[in-house]
Design a protein around this ligand. Sequence first.
Ligand code: OSB
Ligand code: MG
Length: 368
Amino acid sequence: MRIDRVDIIRVLNPFKHPFQTSFTKFENRDALLVKVYSEGLVGWGECKAFYGPFYNPEDNGTVLHILSDIIIPGILHTEVESPEAFMKQFDYIKGNRLAKAAVENALWELMVQRTGKSLKTLLGGTQKEIKVGVSLGIEKDINVLFKEIEHYLELGYHRTKIKIHPGRDIEVVKAIRKEFGDITLTVDANSAYTLKDIDLFRAMDEYHLQYIEQPLGEEDIVDHATLQKAIETPVCLDESIVSYEAAEVAIRLGSCKVINIKSSRCGGVYEGKRIHDLCVAHHIPVWCGGMTELGIGRAQNVSFASLPGFTELAHDVAAASRYFDEDVTNPMVDITDRCTIIVPDEENGIHYDVDEKQIDKMEAGHWI
Ligand code: OSB
Ligand code: MG
């Protein structure tokens, strides 16, 4: 693929309801989109970074630098054979995987257009539809949280995940169990605890959570192994799984029993698939995580989650309307009455076209 031109477009899409986590409160999805022009075709990639480095060490500012000063000059007016070749070319860049993934994702879109095959087919996806779960932010008033849980249970979401932080954890879990009984429930701590809290996590065993997501430090793999050995509930690593190597070490040390793969955090779909394959080989259940994506990233996550290992656990790939009134694809990603999302492929003919009018409306910056 000859790369003729690459644009970076910053868009702002307001959340319907602010999303509160232990690390920040999101009011807008502030995202960089990458538009890659190649031989008459256009491939879009959505960068998953946020406006500040409070979840990933990268943010929109660092991504803009890596893309405009290093990656784009490295590919412009050259031939890039494939996403894999792109990853090999930029292997010398340490970290900065969200930046790499934004372009890598756009290259997959170009491959889809060049071959006429769906991303599902190109990746070796096998599933027709994927199961959807919901991730609920921290609410000050537990009755507001209860209303949210009730709403998504009524819609049929396959798993309820709540965000926790110190002082707002086991009591909330206990109250949810009392109110909603035996629902499929998980908690996400986004690294808000340390091994000093081991007794708290022991006590949580009583509530039979499906898993506890990222209880300890975002760079930690060793303490999570100590924690996992001390509790019954499966630990699910999210932030810590930044690469194939990290996943390999986590599996070897027994740091978790479940992995949340966010392919972009690992450099893109190509790396994400390698991690998926590793987990399948080691019988580690996986699910596809989300970062409140806009439609471009959301649709790619749906295709990624059609890989054969993603069967048991529900994904943080919700309907776009879970977060937004409007989105950058046409149609917006939506759920079925079974609370699944159909994976676009050649057979069903479903695809999510990029809606450039919406992008123009949401545009907050443009770099060529
Ligand atoms: O930890 O999984 C996370 C959102 C932003 C950053 C990190 C996380 C999340 C979510 C929401 O939990 C996932 C989604 O629905 O996209
Ligand atoms: Mg998480």
